[in-house]
Design a protein around this ligand. Structure first.
Ligand SMILES: [Zn+2]
Length: 203
C-alpha cells in the first residue's frame, strides 16, 4: 500500500495493527483493527483513517492528551495495548532494578538501607531516566535512619517510576475502565459491578 490507508478496515487486507501514539507523553497503544473498531463505536468515533484519533484520549494515567496520531504497524508480535516495544534485555534489566528498589523502599521505614544492591539498582535506572535528581534524593534518604516519615523513600521512588513510564520503559498504569464497584447492600445500578463477595454467599 502506498501512502495512508483511507479506512480502518483497509488494514485487515495488509495484515496490520494500529498504533496510537501520544504526541505529548509518547505513550504508545497498540490495537487490533477489531478492538479499535469496537472502541470507536463505543465512544462515537469514526473509522475513516484521518478521523480515527479525533475522539480518543491518551490512556496513560495522568496524561489524557488529545494530541494523538495513528500509525500502521505490521501485525505486532506483542499483545495489543501494552507499553512500547523495548528490547528483552532492557526490559529484564529495568524490571529487576525496579523490583529491587521496591523491595528496599518497602522495608525502609525507620532503617538505614543504603546498601550495595540499592546502589546497583539506582545505577541501572540512571541509564534510562534523564533526571538524576530523584536518584540522588533516594540515595540520600536511604542513608539516614532518622529521616522523618514525611520524607520517606516512597516519594523519590514514585518520581523514578514516573520518569521510566514517561520514557516508555515501564508499562504505565492505564486509566481503569468499568472498574466501578457497588459497595452497598442494595442491587447495583446499571454499569456498576456487584458488591465484592456477594457471589460466593453459598460457601
Ligand atoms: Zn499521553
Amino acid at each position: 500500500m502506498v501512502g495512508d490507508p483511507k479506512h480502518l478496515s483497509d488494514l485487515t487486507k495488509i495484515e496490520a495493527d494500529v498504533r496510537i501514539v501520544c504526541r505529548d507523553c509518547r505513550y504508545e497503544d497498540d490495537w487490533t483493527v477489531e478492538a479499535l473498531t469496537r472502541h470507536l463505536r463505543l465512544i462515537g468515533g469514526n473509522t475513516t483513517w484521518s478521523e480515527i484519533t479525533r475522539y480518543m484520549t491518551c490512556s496513560r494515567f495522568g496524561c489524557g492528551s488529545r494530541r494523538l496520531k495513528a500509525l500502521v504497524v505490521p501485525y505486532a508480535r506483542r499483545q495489543p495495548n501494552l507499553k512500547r516495544r523495548i528490547g528483552k534485555y532492557d526490559e529484564q534489566l529495568i524490571g529487576a532494578a525496579v523490583g529491587v528498589l521496591q523491595d528496599i523502599v518497602a522495608r525502609s521505614p525507620g532503617r538505614e538501607v543504603a546498601t550495595l544492591d540499592l546502589r546497583f539498582a539506582l545505577l541501572v535506572v540512571h541509564r534510562y531516566i534523564r533526571d538524576p535528581e530523584p536518584i540522588r534524593e533516594l540515595w540520600e534518604r536511604a542513608g539516614n535512619a532518622q529521616r522523618p516519615a514525611a520524607s520517606g523513600l516512597q516519594e523519590p521512588m514514585a518520581v523514578i517510576r514516573y520518569r521510566l513510564e514517561q520514557g516508555g520503559w515501564l508499562a504505565p498504569q492505564v486509566l481503569p475502565q468499568d472498574a466501578r464497584r457497588w459497595v452497598w447492600d442494595s442491587p447495583p445500578p446499571k454499569g456498576w459491578l456487584p458488591r465484592a463477595g456477594t457471589i460466593r454467599q453459598d460457601n
